[in-house]
Design a protein around this ligand. Sequence first.
Ligand code: NAP
Length: 247
Amino acid sequence: MKISGNTILITGGGSGIGRALAHRFNDLGNIVIVTGRRMGPLTETIGKRKHMTACLLDVADPAAIKSFADSILANHPELNILINNAGVMRYEDMTSARDLGDAEAMVTTNLLGPIRMIDAFVAHLAAQPDSAIVTISSGLAFVPMVAAPTYSATKAAIHSYSLSLREQLRGKTEVIEIIPPAVQTDLTPGQATRDGYLPLETFVDQVMTEFRQRPTPEEIVVERARILRNAEQDQRFPAMMRALNPR
Ligand SMILES: NC(=O)c1ccc[n+]([C@@H]2O[C@H](COP(=O)([O-])OP(=O)(O)OC[C@H]3O[C@@H](n4cnc5c(N)ncnc54)[C@H](OP(=O)(O)O)[C@@H]3O)[C@@H](O)[C@H]2O)c1
């Protein structure tokens, strides 16, 4: 993937990994459009930066995605990269009947969101030079966190979807999957300062090093994420399952 001279759309760009990627790509000379559900954090992401735009978009709303795609492509017909970053994570107790609102929200945001965004932009992107679609799964796609079952399942699904998408778009649009380890962001309460989680800027430094490689790796797996990504092939899955999910 080319890392400068692009026009990049990042969902969930008002905080965490999305904001940090927006800044790094903007620093490298890209036009960056950040989206999310709240204008305040998006405006903070932009600050005094040039060549950045903020737009409200709830990726759980299919009608909003369609009208957003029409308007953004009218204003930015050169758009060539989509980064599907928006996501939510909730813990769940599955041992008795419960309100499934959280589970449904995770499927809608983390899985249907990227499916709908890709659908809305794929024809445009496939016709653009140097186009790319980036997905963000998780180390939990490969070893589930028992306390976050639906979240882990949506990320496993995003990994699978990325594999198929890459083959269908080969020769037209690059598909790159970022597989983060646990990173200090506000994804869950207390996570931004949790010991043992990778500091956000360290993580994004490592991600940008991978983006600079030629060709760009199909999967961006920083050092800390490899133990989960490769658990099955390294025959460490049962050990990792136990380590990640102590009783
Ligand atoms: N941090 C980690 O340890 C980690 C590990 C593996 C994968 N990831 C993945 O990395 C991505 C970014 O997460 P993060 O850690 O940076 O957490 P974060 O700071 O909470 O970022 C998530 C972003 O998604 C946006 N968002 C949530 N629901 C949305 C919706 N329906 N429509 C549009 N935007 C929505 C949020 O903004 P609004 O609330 O303003 O809409 C927020 O800016 C997620 O996909 C997450 O699953 C994170």
